[in-house]
Structures are given as C-alpha cells and as structure tokens.
Design a protein around this ligand. Sequence first.
Ligand SMILES: [Zn+2]
Ligand SMILES: [Zn+2]
Length: 600
Amino acid sequence: MRPYEPRKIEKKWQKIWEERGVFRTKGKGKKAYVLEMFPYPSGRIHMGHVRNYTIGDAVARFLRMRGYDVLHPMGWDAFGLPAENAAIKHKIHPAKWTKENIEQMRKQLKDLGFSYDWEREIATCDPEYYKWNQWIFLKMLERGIAYRKKALVNWCPHDETVLANEQVIEGRCWRCGTKVVQKEVPSWFLRITDYAERLLKDLEKLEGKWPHKVIVQQRNWIGRSEGAVIKFKVGSKTIEVFTTRPDTLFGATFLVLAPEHPLTLKLAEEGGKKRETEEFLKKVRSRSTRERGISEEKEGVFLGVFAENPANGKEIPVWTADYVLFEYGTGAIMAVPAHDQRDWEFAKRYGLEIVPVVVPEEGWDFEKGAYEGRGKLINSGEFDGLDSETAKRKITEWLKEKGLGDFKVTYRLRDWNVSRQRYWGTPIPVVYCERCGTVPVPEEELPVLLPTDVEFTGKGNPLAGSEEFVNTDCPRCGGPAKRETDTMDTFFDSSWYFLRFCDPKNGKEPFSKEEVKKWMPVDIYIGGIEHAVLHLLYARFFQKFLKDLGLVDDDEPFEKLITQGMVLKRWVSVGKLLQHFGLTEDDDIEKLLEKLKEVG
Ligand SMILES: [Zn+2]
Ligand SMILES: [Zn+2]
C-alpha cells in the first residue's frame, strides 16, 4: 500500500482544480450562495479562521455535488487600525504591510485547499472597492441618512490625536502613556435609528434561521422601550425626561442632568454653583463613558435650582451626576430613589428624599434598597390603589391632557459614528468651501484617493498633514477648499461586501441589479459570534437602505446564519474551567456549557 502523502497529492489536485476552474460559478442549476465572514489581513490564518472556513467549504462542496450552482467567494476586510499601528512602529506603509499580509494569507488558504472562486477576490482597500463606499455615502448624504454633528472621542493631549477604544489602555494612550481625555470633535453619523423599527421587526423573519441568541442580542441592542416623555419646569426653562415608569412620577424627588447636557452649566450659573459644577465637569471629562457606566460611587453636584414635579407641584432639586449619560434618552432623568437602585444609592449618599409610591403585596423595606418591580400605587393622589400597568397609562394620559407629557417609544440604538481620524480607511467624499460650506464630491470625481505623501508619526491624523490631499478646489464654485480628512469606520466596508461578491469587477456601479437578484440573499453565512451585534446589524441596515434606493430586492441579506465561538487561545484555561465547576474531562461537554450558561 502506498502511504498518503498530502504534500504531493493535495498539490496535484489543487493544481487541477485551479486549471479547470472547478470552483467558479456555472451559470446553470439552482443557486446557492455560501459565505464566510471575510478576514482582516493580520498576516496569518489562525485556528478560528480555519474552523469557520472549513464549515463553509464543506457546505459549498456538498451543495456543488448536489448540482447547485455555488457562489463561494473570498476577500479581505483590508482597512483598519493594525496596519496604521504597524506603520508607526515599523515605518512600513500600511498599503505595503496589508498587501504582503494578503499574499501570505491567500497562499495559506490555497494550501488548505478551500474551494473558493478566487476570480471574485476583493480587498476593501482597493480604490475599485472603496470608490463604491464613497458612492453609497453620497447617496446617504443626499437622503439625509449621513449627517455631521459633534461627538465625544478619546483624545491624547500629548500626541494631539484621536484614539480608538482599543488604543486606550487603562485610561492611558497606548503609545505615550499620557492620560486620555474626552474631547468633542465634529463627526459624520449615519442615521441608523431611522431604521430601528424595521431592523427590529424583520428579526421575526429570521426566527428559526438564525441562532436564537443572536436575534435576542440584536433585539436588546436596538432596545425598544415604551414609556413617556415628561416635562419639568425649572424657572422659565423646561427639561424633558424620558421614563419607562411614569407610574412612579409622584416619587420623583430630584432631577439629574447629564454633565454634557446643554443646560447643566447654565442652570448652575443661575443657582450660584458655577465653580463647583465646572470643577465637577472637568473631573467627569477625564473619564470615558464606559468607566462612568460601571463606576461604583455615583458622584454629583447640586446645581442650586429647583424643578416642579408636574404630578404634585412639589419643588425638587436639580443635580448633575456622572451616572447619567448624555447619549441616552434625553440626557436627563427624573430620579425616583424608591424605585431605581442607582437613584437610591445616589439619594443615600447625598441625603435626598426617598418617597415610596409603588408597593408589592408582601411589602418592602425601602431602607435596604429600591423596589424596582410592579405593585400598587401609594402616595400618588388620585392614582392611589391602581396597579403599575394601569397607572402608567392613566398618568401619561393625564399629563398629555395638561400638555405636560406624552407617550413615547425610544430605542437604545444610537446613530452610528462613522468618522475615524485616521489614514488607513476610505476618505469621506466631502469638501469644505469658505463660500459654499459643505460640498459633496461629485460622483464622477470618485474615488477620492488616499494620498501617498503621508508620514506616520503617531501625532495627529496623517491625512490632515498631507498638503496634496487637503487642499483642493471647490466642486461648486471652483474656489479654494479643504477636503474632509476623516476616513470611514471599517464596518462601513464590510456592510455591503457580500453584494460586491455578486459582481466584483463592475466599474460602473457598486454591483449590477441583475447579478444581485440572481445570487442574493446569502443562503448560508458563517462567522464568529463576536459579530453577532455590530457587523450583522450594520449589514442589515445597509441592505434596507439599498432596498430603499431600489438596488436590491430582499429585506434581509443573510438567509441562514451559523455562528462560531472563539477558539480558546490557551487550552490550559479549559482545565481551569473544569476544575472551577467541579467537572472532569470525562464529563459531557453539555455539562460544561450548562454551567457556563448559569454564570452567564
Ligand atoms: Zn499619546
Ligand atoms: Zn465653493
């Protein structure tokens, strides 16, 4: 018997596959689109990739053998931060670094013998690809889906540069160790919130086809909540708050504004607390919102003014505190310490009043903490005795009649900040003209190319330092103008690449409608569970936007989804896990999974 010699045998067949183009689409038979999430070209294929691609490859080969016409492409999610970090550290241009990595990884994938149609290969850093990012962006701008506003970013005062979350290590700059501060800069946003209801509703169509937990994660991320918006008078001003618990309005004993709320400083000035408040704001700004969200000690300052509780006319103090985030709701809350644990802790710390207005049948000790459940109303005037659900409706109706509030649905989902103050991404196709203001680059001038006269020093945005790039003529009046120097979040690139794979060489449009009609939706999409929220949500959003443009037919891009956990880097940690749960290696894997579920 001859020994199996993979090096010889596999090479032989891989060569024959390539020569005969056996993995190309055939143009006959029922279509099947099998797609694995395309990789970031970090330089080498790791075990997580291999697992993902092996699953996709098995499915693609199986379907081919069953007579399907299979589209099974591969490409590169090639823009992003690591290339730029490498440029700073090793003085190698991001384009060169990325290209070399792609070559290396393509070779590895070919050695593994995966059945890709390599003629459809794309890399998002190619101008032929990112030109269409820019085109889609312009369409979004036209329709008011893209807009510009100020946003908080991580800022290194020493390098004078914006840092990504992953460049902030324990509150300090990854490069120079300076303490990172929060700073407001103008940024481009996509109005994904306009699509919140559709993104939520269409999840129903995916039930049974996508892993249930991914659907749940998407639903939670969108975070629809029904409640009321309530107006509180503060002197001559009105502050609006959103609450899901209007039934607890009589128990609102203070208001809290987020530190960034535009009225915070103004009210402090009126209340004679300007100095304390400014000091407090400075302190808050030195911490990221993430840190603020998890901090144990809630801290705040009394602004020296009072608001009127619209339910009972009571004067209640107005505070600002770190635990209220400006990005959520209206940036102000009515604090009901008897029924919200965070408000309770804050009230205890600063000696504020705690008035119970909802009690469970079995009673509650409000000295020990807040009661956040449902119950019967007390201390609530004419609403006493109602159950929480009825009271929510009745109190909101009552506020509405008086013009003091209304029913409202809100979402946890925020608009998507796509601006990155970095080089290695798609330039945002906009120029600023002194005379005309913000002017979109005309379609026929796309792509706006990344310049080559760029230095990577780690200081500032490299694009802003490129004379060749920044200075341009205004497309409208011909006068001198400056280019936008922000580039796009790389999630933009990966939000529609599956459409480009249907028609990867199209030079006239992002893809032809016919090709997309033929291949979409992706029948089986395979990728890491770490993309369960953002990538999948953004891709679904793009699909819906492109449907509104009339370019695609389907509401959802991915018919069936298979997600993979991450391959553990150190197997030793599995041993430790088993030990922790009192299991041995002979126990069924299900047992471990159950234990893990229990602890979340
Ligand atoms: Zn720094
Ligand atoms: Zn102009």
